[in-house]
Design a protein around this ligand. Structure first.
Ligand SMILES: C[S@@+](CC[C@H](N)C(=O)[O-])C[C@H]1O[C@@H](n2cnc3c(N)ncnc32)[C@H](O)[C@@H]1O
Length: 257
């Protein structure tokens, strides 16, 4: 972010005044901030890569891939990667980074995905599920495109961190409810309204179980030490995102398929 960039907490009512979650207008500025920011470059991305482990030879789908930094890192480690995002603007940047041959598609997490059943060993989903009100359809599509036993590795806003910020801001939100909040992000002179859906931890784990996933890891990692040196304000360990590794059950039994 530059000194002109800022994020404003607008409301809890869902009363957005323009198209929400349109990353096109802020694609360039968001992407360049994401390259170097503490929370993305030195916290979220290293944590996702650590959870993924050795990915050489694996087929991976990057859901909500944005401009493709995680896609690129997984490909460098020997995975065969595909990616999709709702924003054509973000995908244009991804194509610039990843090349014309990269398998990138415009698609909506929560709607039917343009991939056959059992296509991927892993699906990674960095910071995208918290834009969805209902996780059911998205999880069921992810499970469909995963091979049986495949993994979903994901990060979302940590519900305790969200609840703590709301509390400190004087908002009497109900931790146990699923509710939206609108943020206005101004970046590179452009403004976008983003609608985030907060939900308690148990609603997340219930959604995983209902969709046929088993939780193998819940992670609250520390930042990469290199980032802690570069950002002196963040010497202390902090709570920001929550990470899960989930394993897709065999299909028989859970959905009766
Ligand atoms: C915070 S950015 C993260 C981008 C990328 N995963 C990363 O970590 O660099 C969120 C991304 O999710 C995308 N997105 C939001 N809602 C989506 C949806 N329903 N389906 C697909 N992509 C979505 C946005 O367009 C944006 O590129």
């Amino acid at each position: 972010m530059t000194s002109d960039d800022h994020r404003t907490h607008e409301s809890h009512t869902g009363a957005a005044t323009a198209t929400v979650n349109d990353y096109d207008s802020i694609a360039e500025a968001y992407s360049s901030g994401n390259e170097t920011s503490l929370v993305n470059a030195y916290y979220e991305r290293p944590a996702m890569l650590a959870l993924a482990g050795d990915v050489a030879g694996r087929r991976i789908l990057d859901a909500g891939c944005g401009s493709g930094p995680l896609f690129a890192a997984l490909r460098e480690r020997g995975a065969t990667v595909s990616g999709f995002d709702a924003s054509a603007g973000m995908l244009e940047l991804a194509r610039r980074r990843l090349g014309e041959d990269a398998d990138l598609r415009v698609a909506d997490l929560g709607s039917p995905l343009p991939y056959p059943d059992d296509s991927f060993d892993d699906v990674v989903a960095s910071l995208v599920f918290h834009y969805l009100e209902d996780w059911g359809p998205a999880l069921s599509e992810v499970r469909r495109v995963l091979k049986p036993g495949g993994r979903l590795i994901m990060s979302v806003d940590h519900p305790f961190a969200v609840h703590g910020s709301e509390y400190l801001a004087g908002n009497k939100t109900d931790y146990f409810a699923t509710y939206d909040r609108i943020e206005e992000w101004t970046m590179g002179g452009e403004t976008a309204q983003l609608r985030f859906w907060n939900r308690p931890l148990h609603a997340m784990t219930d959604a995983f179980t209902a969709a046929g996933f088993r939780i193998t890891v819940i992670s609250e990692p520390d930042a990469d030490p290199a980032g802690r040196d570069l950002f002196p304000d963040f010497k202390e360990r902090f709570l920001c995102f929550l990470f899960f590794v989930l394993q897709a059950d065999q299909r028989s039994g859970v959905l009766g398929a």
